[in-house]
Design a protein around this ligand. Structure first.
Ligand code: CA
Length: 416
């Protein structure tokens, strides 16, 4: 795909995630000012509320309140033509040196702002769409010979998660307590989880609502997707293992999930489309799709012990996923379930085939059997108190780079 070359007057550090081709949206706050909509560019935030006040967005006919909002939902609801129009306008403003002096007034350094939750999430669904992850977990939790359950290749398996506990990057996470069944024990015990884990995922944000009783086809699905974030689905494996039969994840998952603060739009990700894995057996007609529906996005996980260094412990890629977002959305709505602007759909843990590509500690340490070597003398099977988990993601094709920044979270000790 040929992308028109753009040259911005904003200074963009080399390897910056936030190039002129990206322009992701977030909600920022300066001191005690009210939250507002911003766009990341280099090391700056372009304050859209300020641009509006300067009269630079007048031709787009968007109300000021849309940019002076604590969430992006109102902006997202304006629809795809508005998203495209604003993106084009922002690229003009950031490239035209003749108006640099004016536009510069709307820039603020990233380290001067606090990033907040970008959207009000109404509903959250977590898929389970990585065949490598599902196979690894199946081998450990169930049967090494028949790791995948019979439905797995016929439908994108998912469960409904908890929207209230989705938090933005930088939020501390408290080690959860709950019921666990220790190996060989006769009855469950209660206490802090001793098998705390992360899950490397990405999530997409719904950009267009549907009516109850209607469905979204794989062909139309992209019209309903606004953009994506990196998603850490914190997991308490011991709680999960005891509770998940027969209805699935509950308290082992719903205490927290963390997201990166900048929503990267699908338009920015367009140059990174790639084909997905071959699906065999053939899927039912409503799950068939045409074209490249996966995206080549590099993903990394770092673990940083308290007062230690960041250790790269996993490198994976969003493009590995067996089920793509269009199939997920088609399946989610095939029964008439409606979706709303701001709903979040997470991918499920994104693992690759290689042992350094496993997207959870459960897999990296193979159920706690093989400790992960960190810098110095530190090893880990699961997370320890005050460990920080950092996930980063970026797409790159030689000419341009579009990145997500990071999602980070520190695991605090359980409450007494
Ligand atoms: Ca998950």
């Amino acid at each position: 795909m040929n992308i028109p070359q753009l040259k911005t007057w904003v200074e963009i550090p080399e390897k910056s995630d936030f190039t002129i081709y990206n322009l992701p949206y977030g909600i920022y706050k300066i001191g005690e000012n009210q939250p507002a909509v911003g766009v990341a560019i280099g090391e700056d935030v372009l304050q859209l509320d300020q641009l509006w006040s300067l009269g630079l967005l007048a031709e787009l006919d968007i109300e000021e309140s849309v940019f002076l909002s604590a969430y992006l939902n109102d902006y997202i609801a304006l629809g795809k033509p508005v998203w495209s129009g604003l993106r084009k306008r922002l690229q003009e403003l950031l490239c035209d040196e003749a108006i640099q002096d004016v536009v510069e007034k709307a820039l603020v350094k990233m380290d001067q702002v606090k990033m907040l939750m970008p959207v009000k999430v109404g509903d959250y669904t977590d898929f389970y769409s990585s065949i490598e992850h599902a196979t690894n977990v199946g081998k450990m939790f169930r049967d090494p010979e028949n790791a995948l359950l019979p439905n797995w290749k016929h439908l994108p398996v998912a469960y409904h998660g908890r929207a209230s506990s989705i938090v933005v990057s930088g939020t501390d996470i408290t080690r959860p307590k709950g019921q666990k069944m220790p190996p060989g024990a006769e009855k469950p015990v209660f206490g802090p989880s001793s098998r705390m884990d992360f899950e490397l995922e990405m999530a997409f944000v719904i950009g267009k609502e549907t009516e109850l009783g209607t469905s979204i086809s794989t062909k139309k699905a992209e019209d309903h997707i606004f953009g994506m974030v990196i998603f850490n689905d914190w997991s308490a494996r011991d709680i999960q293992k005891w509770e998940y039969v027969p209805l699935g994840p509950f308290l082992g998952k719903n205490f927290a999930s963390s997201i990166s603060p900048w929503i990267v739009t699908m338009e920015a990700l367009e140059p990174f489309r790639t084909n997905g894995p071959e699906q065999e057996p053939e899927v039912l007609p409503y799950l068939k799709y045409e074209g490249n529906k996966n995206y080549d996005i590099n993903l990394e996980v770092y673990l940083q012990p308290e007062s230690g260094k960041e250790n790269l412990i996993c490198q994976s890629n969003f493009g590995y996923l067996y089920w793509n977002m269009c199939q997920q959305l088609a399946h989610h709505t095939i029964n008439g379930c409606n979706v709303n602007v701001g709903d979040m759909m997470a991918s499920g843990t994104i693992s690759g085939k290689g042992e350094n590509e496993f997207g959870s500690m459960l897999e990296l340490s193979w159920g706690g059997k093989n400790p992960i070597q960190l810098d110095g003398e530190n090893t880990r099977t699961f997370l320890e108190d005050n460990d920080t988990v950092i996930m980063r993601g970026f797409a790159e094709n030689g000419e341009i780079r579009v990145g997500f920044g990071e999602v980070r979270g520190k695991l605090l000790p359980a409450k007494p």
